[in-house]
Design a binder for this molecule. Sequence first.
Ligand code: GLU
Length: 280
Amino acid sequence: MTTRRMMVAAAAVLALGLSACGSDDPETDTGAGGDSEAEGLKVGIKYDQPGLGLKQGSEFTGLDVDVATYVAKELGVEAGDIEFIQAPSAQRETLIETGQVDMVVATYSITDARKEKISFAGPYFIAGQDLLVRSDDTSITGPDTLDGKKLCSVTGSTSAQKVKETVPGVNLQEFGTYSECVAALASGAIDALTTDDTILAGYAAQEQYKGKLKVVGQPFSEERYGIGLKKGDTAQCQKITDAIKKMISDGEWQKIVDKNLGPANYKAGAGNPPTPDACA
Ligand code: GLU
């Protein structure tokens, strides 16, 4: 080979190497050789759900954050190499399908409809759908008391779906995030917010809403939280499932639950800790 041809070949290898890294974020690229897989992990979480997934400045906290961090470690990824990306309810499948995230850990219920687009590992937690109302409201006691009420939920959630099916007469407004619903509830623009009791407990316990909002406390669904990943990635599903099982058996699951849901006085209900499903 001539020197010139070698240089062209070297340039091509370099270009390949760079594109193989495929990172659009220079911060996560440590430049430590392009051949190692999974240097970092992009994880979709919620940014506005206290106790579950919350971003404050550059800090991320919550059950989903801790579960993701534990699972990542089992996959060989250190906490500092995780990149958290906001995953609003309606965008979760798309974020996974397009590869913008490697996994979603975001109060993400395992459903057959979602399984047509993506795969799940888990469940790692079981919650139930409930209602959040203003503390002085005695008229809303469950889904059967919602007729004619203004209800809020989030686009692309199982919560919105379920309430449309069970209370066809309800006046449902769908927002992009639950924190928008909570603000509307506190201001009186809506009468109730429906989603998982975990999420509702987190809002009710927030300083600015303390004493103003209450969770009705009659859960009417089973929400099995899974970790969403690329459809058909059985190998990754198995690794994550093993990590979830280990997290439960080594006591870390209980610690994570107590630390994140304890402050809102949330008690994990029946079925917890769950047994993860087999990876299909
Ligand atoms: N767990 C439900 C769901 O996955 C509601 C909470 C959410 O939207 O994240 O749709």
